[in-house]
Design a protein around this ligand. Structure first.
Ligand SMILES: Cc1cc2nc3c(=O)[nH]c(=O)nc-3n(C[C@H](O)[C@H](O)[C@H](O)COP(=O)(O)OP(=O)(O)OC[C@H]3O[C@@H](n4cnc5c(N)ncnc54)[C@H](O)[C@@H]3O)c2cc1C
Length: 407
């Protein structure tokens, strides 16, 4: 007879673990506290679900996890994810290496997983909250919930972390459950998240999207730098490059250190190209106003920020502005410095940094301190860049643990 396995948490990692275990002949039950499986998965990739990425390297994960990720990705990598979904009838496509379901719908991924769970006869208990686990003699595991007590040969903890909207039920239950079985939980922070700017910062009154190089600095040190489409609002800064940089920055922001975002809105220009551009612009130093002069140079919201910061009147005639002042205004578009106040928090973040220490986890995701118990997914101290890396880790850890637990 196959082993009995309980999967605590029916998100991406848990559903994947359950399927692999059941395919190996285990008798599997998923216990999920939400009223549906895969709630967060259904919201991923702006509703399109960026399943994984063809450019899959360990460098795309947090530094302490990299050596382990190299090993895990060699066991279960991108091609394995694509085959896994193909085996359930999900056709995928690449958009510059970012892998999405052809349907363009995250729900089609969730439904394919649920159909496979049903096809394999996996039991699903919805609306039930796991409260604790305990190792019993004879390598059995006891799991208790708000409704009942269960005994199994193995338990896979896949309860996620703290990131995501309230409806995803990401309340970090896994942390105290793991602490109670002797595991180390590293400090957590929201990551892949935007930032609120400090009070008094001059920001565009309406939302602006613009390509920029954004660097986060603290004192003289550059904490992180990224290129891409930045989103500015009246009170904050976000967009993919900001989110990508957030992991390196968040700890200092939460410690209330003076972190600044420095934006270069002409990132594709080297110094000589930009000098040539300025020289061209300065030929227009005539009767026109500064506002008219800058109209075709940059987005008006960014111009509002630049002029507001420099305290220059937009109605000034260009002929009355010195060449050095005009140059200084244009140069400012390459160096807009914004003080950061705080992050938008866990509910606006896509992933949690920190979590269960990988030192407590074996190569098959078993807990070293608690035989028969496995930990997978975002609950662990692994976080990746935006672009399919976090789901790749959910599939990788889920599949490896599901197979190992069922042997
Ligand atoms: C808005 C958004 C967009 C994202 N987009 C992408 C993307 O496109 N690509 C990508 O790679 N990553 C993306 N991510 C990250 C990705 O969704 C997560 O990394 C991934 O879902 C983690 O999977 P998981 O199974 O570990 O956790 P989760 O998906 O959070 O699943 C955990 C499950 O456990 C349940 N649970 C919690 N506590 C208990 C308990 N005590 N008892 C029973 N059940 C419990 C929860 O209800 C939940 O269903 C996105 C995240 C967000 C928030």
């Amino acid at each position: 007879m196959g082993k009995s396995i309980i999967v605590a948490g029916g998100g991406a990692a848990g559903m994947c673990a359950a399927i692999y275990a059941a395919r190996n002949g285990a008798s599997v039950t998923i216990i999920e506290k939400n009223s549906v499986l895969g709630k967060k998965l259904s919201m991923t990739g702006n509703g399109r679900c960026n399943l994984t990425n063809l450019d899959m390297r360990e460098e795309c994960f947090n530094p302490p996890a990299r050596a382990r990720m190299k090993e895990w990705l060699s066991t279960y990598g991108v091609e394995d994810v694509i085959s896994f979904f193909k085996s359930m009838g999900v056709v995928v496509k690449s958009e510059d290496g970012y892998i999405y379901p052809v349907s363009g719908q995250a729900m089609s991924v969730v439904n394919a997983l649920i159909n496979e769970i049903n096809r394999l006869g996996i039991s699903v208990n919805l609306g039930e909250q796991v409260k604790g686990v305990k190792c019993l003699e004879g390598s059995r595991v006891l799991l208790n919930t708000n409704k009942a007590e269960y005994e199994a040969d193995a338990v896979i903890l896949s309860m996620g972390a703290l990131s995501g909207a309230k409806s995803t039920m990401s309340t970090g239950d896994g942390y105290y459950i793991c602490k109670n079985i002797g595991m180390t939980v590293k400090d957590t922070h929201p990551a892949l998240v935007g930032f609120k700017v400090a009070e008094g910062e001059i920001m565009p009154s309406a939302g602006v999207r613009a390509t920029a190089e954004v660097s986060f600095i603290l004192g003289g040190e550059v904490l992180a730098g990224e290129y891409g489409e930045v989103q500015l609002s009246s009170d904050g800064i976000s967009g993919i490059p900001v989110m990508q940089a957030s992991r390196e920055v968040i700890k200092f922001v939460e410690e209330k250190k003076p972190v600044y975002a420095v934006l270069d809105f002409f990132p594709d220009y080297d110094e000589s190209d930009f000098n040539a551009l300025k020289a061209d612009m300065l030929r227009l130093k005539d009767e026109r106003t500064l506002e008219e002069f800058l109209q075709g140079f940059a987005n008006s919201g960014i111009t509002d920020m630049v002029l507001g910061r420099m305290k220059v009147g937009r109605k000034m005639k260009m002929k009355n502005i010195s060449v050095s002042m005009a140059e200084c205004i244009l140069d400012t578009y390459r160096n807009v410095k914004i003080a950061i106040d705080s992050s938008y928090g866990y509910q606006a973040s896509q992933v949690t940094t920190g979590g269960i220490s990988l030192g407590d986890i074996g190569s098959d995701f078993s807990c070293k301190t608690a035989p028969g118990i496995y930990c997978v997914g975002e609950l662990l101290d692994v976080d990746g860049r935006c672009g399919g890396y976090n789901l790749q880790f959910a599939w990788t850890s889920g599949s490896i643990a599901g197979c190992a637990a069922s042997l």
